[in-house]
Design a protein around this ligand. Structure first.
Ligand code: FAD
Length: 501
């Protein structure tokens, strides 16, 4: 079978593996390809002007990680700073990875991809798009398409629609597009939302503004800690090499996460109480913790945001920041009226209301001329998709550091590409086995397990999961760490077709 559009393309540049996205996942994919399959040609394309993805797009004050860098960083490149890092520090670390591994020549920026067409006859993808800077069209062909586009749309953050928005005369800012001159000095600022973004942004701007109000519909869980790792510092003081420190502290972090995850699963109420007590202890005695810091969901269902050195709680205790837990009734010319009747004056409104999920980088996919509807597809191990040949997606860990799963996926894909070589296969396509047909199909991620707003809004656009291990995105890193490296690539779920030509 062929694709009429791609079959007419004869003189486009061809590469073996095309990686879409130059963030943590794309850089990791490039590193693993270059070290594990050095004979493979590959190119990394990104719509933005440089590498970094999340850590390039987000420049709002206070932007930083809320998982530590011993695991958000790569296994192969030691992290030598404080455990939690600013956006700029993470970006610099990623730049070092590219430079130290001589990967720069593979990266092309300002390349936005809009279409990907698979031809079974030619056994390749034809990928088209345009340069984000010049508008010049781009066409390339690739044997394998490795999607590292992350999960949210970089061009625009999520802003809900509220009554009266058009009445509001003040300034709107979305943290995803923080302006060079936000004009918040001495102003009253209302930040809508209370997730990790609001929690890192607010302490960073609180001293600058005349007052900051955090308006949240529902509370978030917070974990508070200093930005130090005692073990890492001890090992550094003993002149232990950075590589050893990284490995040791990484193992400790992974073990600690495993214990916390297990406790949260077995004793959700106890975990909830522990987290809320931690917050209470940081706030004045009569503070309404039950109203503002007692979430309705259980801790494991969404990421727990991290406060460093109690900065947010200090700003609240000092009276610089007020929490309001309520819903928006309407915007007015100079602020917000809540459903509970509170009037919040705002010179500036910051919508820390999250992201919009992008399903496969907003790229239109076609297989042999037919448009792909991903909602008809079932995921193979949360990496590939039924009916879509030679395509994989790096979807990282959700409750842990994204990179932990991204690295497992990179190793899996490199192993799969090597296996295709051994078989002389030109294509690999996941497909349900006889025993899988009719199995119960579930959302890509079970909302009972993990349900942040961006997933709740868009889960219906995602591929499905099945009920057996092969057909699910696993949220169990510790299980996957054992299973994926030895998963049978001839399990009957993957159909290989011999290479043509
Ligand atoms: C403020 C903030 C803090 C975070 N903190 C943490 C944390 O502490 N720990 C954690 O684990 N996770 C955190 N995350 C989640 C974070 O997104 C992931 O950790 C990780 O950075 C995702 O990397 P990625 O490479 O998969 O995707 P991204 O960083 O999203 O990069 C994807 C890249 O793909 C490009 N792209 C997409 N579509 C196309 C297309 N069609 N054509 C060309 N290019 C395209 C984009 O331009 C982008 O550069 C945070 C997210 C945010 C926003």
């Amino acid at each position: 079978m062929s694709d009429p559009v791609s079959d007419s393309v004869t003189d486009a540049e061809h590469i073996d593996v095309l990686i879409i996205g130059a963030g943590i996942s794309g850089i990791n994919a490039a590193y693993h390809l270059s070290t594990q399959l050095p004979d493979r040609s590959f190119v990394v394309l990104d719509a933005l002007e440089s590498f970094g993805g999340t850590w390039l797009t987000h420049t709002f004050p206070g932007v930083r990680s809320d998982t530590e860098l011993f695991t958000l960083g790569y296994e192969f490149k030691p992290w030598t700073g404080a455990p939690y890092a600013s956006g700029a520090e993470i970006h610099a670390y990623l730049g070092e990875v590219i430079e130290e591994n001589d990967l720069g020549g593979h990266f092309r920026y300002q390349h936005k991809i809009t279409d990907a067409r698979w031809s079974s006859e030619a056994q390749c993808w034809t990928v088209t798009g345009s340069r984000s800077d010049t508008g010049e069209p781009i066409t390339m062909t690739a044997g394998f398409l490795w999607m590292c586009h992350g999960y949210f749309r970089h061009s625009k953050g999520h802003t809900p629609t509220w009554p009266g928005m058009e009445e509001y005369q003040g300034r709107w800012i979305h943290p995803q597009a923080w302006p060079a001159e936000p004009e918040i000095d001495g102003r009253e600022v209302v930040v809508i939302g209370s997730g990790a973004t609001a929690a890192t942004l607010v302490p960073a701007i609180a001293d600058q503004c005349s007052h900051v109000t955090i308006l949240q519909r529902s509370p978030t869980y917070f974990f508070q800690s200093p930005n130090v790792d005692v073990l890492a510092d001890q090992l550094r003081s003993l002149d232990v090499p950075d590589e050893w420190i990284h490995e040791i502290v990484r193992r400790k972090a992974i073990a600690e996460m495993q214990s916390l995850t297990q406790v949260a699963a077995v004793h959700p109420e106890l975990t909830k109480a522990g987290l809320i007590n931690m917050v209470s202890s940081q706030l004045p005695e009569d503070y309404e913790v039950d109203v503002h810091f007692t979430p309705r969901h259980l801790p494991a269902q969404q990421r727990v945001a991290r406060i460093l050195d109690g900065d947010l709680f200090r700003a609240i205790s000092d009276g610089k920041v007020t929490m309001v837990t309520d819903e928006i009734e309407t915007f007015t010319a100079d602020g917000i009226v809540t459903k509970g009747g509170q009037q919040l004056h705002a010179d500036v409104v910051v919508t820390a209301t999250g992201f919009d999920l992008t399903v496969f980088g907003d790229i239109a996919f076609f297989v042999d001329g037919e448009p792909v509807d991903f909602t008809d597809s079932v995921t193979y191990r949360g990496i590939m998709f039924t009916g879509i040949p030679n395509m994989a997606w790096t979807f990282g860990a959700l409750r842990l550091s994204w990179t932990m799963r991204a690295e497992l996926v990179s190793q899996f894909i490199c192993r799969l590409l090597g296996h295709m070589d051994e078989l002389g296969a030109g294509s690999v396509t996941p497909g349900l086995r006889t025993q899988d047909v009719g199995m119960e199909l579930l959302p890509y991620i079970d909302p009972a397990e993990f349900s942040p707003g961006y997933l709740q809004r868009s889960i219906a656009l995602m591929p499905k999961s099945g009920s057996s291990t092969e057909w699910r995105l696993s949220l169990d890193y510790w299980d996957e760490r054992e299973v994926l490296p030895i998963a049978n690539l001839d399990d009957g779920c993957l159909a290989y077709i011999p290479r043509v030509g």
